[in-house]
Design a binder for this molecule. Structure first.
Ligand code: MN
Length: 286
């Protein structure tokens, strides 16, 4: 069994653009080694938006060197990028974007959600790419809720939606560059659940909403339980109905040097990314 090596609470909320009031559950700047290949997780808990004529969100910005995974829980989000991809995701849908060599995109509330208003809730996970595959052509996987297998946990203690990775003979639809589990969990109050995670993989459980008891204390809304790389599998007990993201993966050993929307391996690569962006080499949004 993996041991719990950290329990972190995200208290501070900040806005991404004017559309996403998020709390950052972890970032590679403070937890790079323990969370690799995962770089960052932002969570926007359910927030009400009034009807509007102007879409909120975050306008055109670049990324290079990693992937952004957006999971919609409530409301509707619209994406558009310089590789010519566009899409709208609603509750349960996932957008797995490979920034790779470089992309410009915008992330907005959808036109329909903007007009109607309502509750919005989402998460965005950043996933690193290994040095040898840092700059593939940009990619975009639109994953609809119905493509994601829902596994019933033992003794009806909850469910796991497999976004990426394999469990109980089922496979998540996301194509990844390294081996990982990204599972969206609903755990029932009183459940004690065990989840598989190979020895030498990193593992963390992000508690979005709910409550989980640990030997390091209580993990409530917007908190993160970090497990040891050594050991096989994790076990936790939920003291409330809980919505969580289970993240586990083979660590990427390469150095991580990041600056804003770029995550590379060296300072020189970051300088090049900034130069390329300033020179307009990330393409454009039509
Ligand atoms: Mn972005």
């Amino acid at each position: 069994m993996k041991l719990i090596i950290g329990l972190h609470h995200a208290h501070e909320q900040h806005w991404v653009g004017d559309g996403f009031p998020v709390r950052t559950l972890f970032s590679y700047q403070s937890m790079g080694e323990e969370l690799s290949p995962f770089l960052m997780l932002d969570y926007a808990s359910p927030t009400a938006f009034s009807p509007s004529t102007v879409a909120k969100g975050v306008g055109p910005h670049p990324h290079r060197g990693f992937e952004t995974v957006t999971i919609a829980y409530e409301g509707e989000l619209a994406h558009k990028d310089s590789a010519g991809n566009a899409g709208t995701i609603g509750p349960g849908d996932v957008q797995w974007m490979t920034a790779g060599a470089g992309i410009l995109h915008e992330e907005m509330h959808s036109a329909q959600f903007t007009q109607r208003g309502g509750m919005l809730s989402m998460a965005q996970l950043w996933v690193n790419l290994p040095a040898k595959q840092k700059t593939p052509p940009p990619g975009y996987q639109a994953i609809e809720a119905q493509q994601i297998p829902t596994i019933h946990l033992e003794n009806d203690q909850g469910t796991a939606r497999l976004i990426a990775g394999d469990y109980a003979g089922f496979s998540g639809p996301a194509k990844t560059h390294t081996a990982m589990h990204v599972w969206d969990l609903r755990i029932k109050k009183g459940a004690v659940i065990s989840l598989p995670a190979p020895n030498h993989w990193n593992a963390a459980l992000a508690i979005l909403r709910g409550q989980v008891e640990t030997d390091k204390g209580v993990a409530g809304d917007a908190s993160l339980i970090v497990f040891s790389r050594a050991g096989t599998g994790i076990e936790v007990s939920a003291s409330q109905d809980t919505h969580a993201l289970f993240l586990s993966g083979e660590p990427i050993p390469d150095p991580v040097v990041g600056y804003g929307p770029f995550v590379m391996n060296t300072k020189a690569e970051i300088a090049k990314a900034i130069e390329d962006f300033n020179e307009g080499r990330f393409g454009r949004l039509d």
